[in-house]
Ligand binder design. Structure first.
Ligand SMILES: [Zn+2]
Length: 116
């Protein structure tokens, strides 16, 4: 069984709009909020992922993604979902996406350990 890696720490910088995840294997992922927002895995942003017939990924992002604004008001806008995921209350009113650890690791802009 493939157990997804878990974070050992999460650091949020609301001002710089950055989210850093420290993984248990020592790697670090730094996401800017815009990237995170656009990567929202919900059915509105990524209908092709949830589509039962598995349509291919469209060239154009959905409107929900095009109009996306990666902003969070307060720390309360980032909430854990059980022990497996994070949920964001984005300032553009979009609150559907559940980002599990596996997905966050997949979309991580930098897998390798780095100092930022
Ligand atoms: Zn979404």
């Amino acid at each position: 069984m493939n157990i997804p890696l878990k974070p050992t720490g999460i650091v949020v910088d609301l001002k710089q709009r950055l989210l850093q995840i420290n993984w248990e294997d020592g790697a670090q992922s730094v996401f800017d909020f815009d990237t995170l927002r656009r990567a929202c895995p919900c059915a509105e942003c990524r209908p092709w992922v949830h589509d039962l017939v598995k349509t291919t990924m469209p060239r154009e992002p959905s409107d929900a993604v095009k109009n996306a604004r990666g902003e969070l008001g307060t720390m309360q806008d980032i909430q854990p979902v059980g022990t497996y995921a994070l949920h964001f209350n984005w300032a553009d009113g979009h609150t559907y996406g559940i980002y599990d650890w596996k997905y966050l690791r997949e979309i991580s802009p930098a897998y390798s350990t780095q100092v930022t």
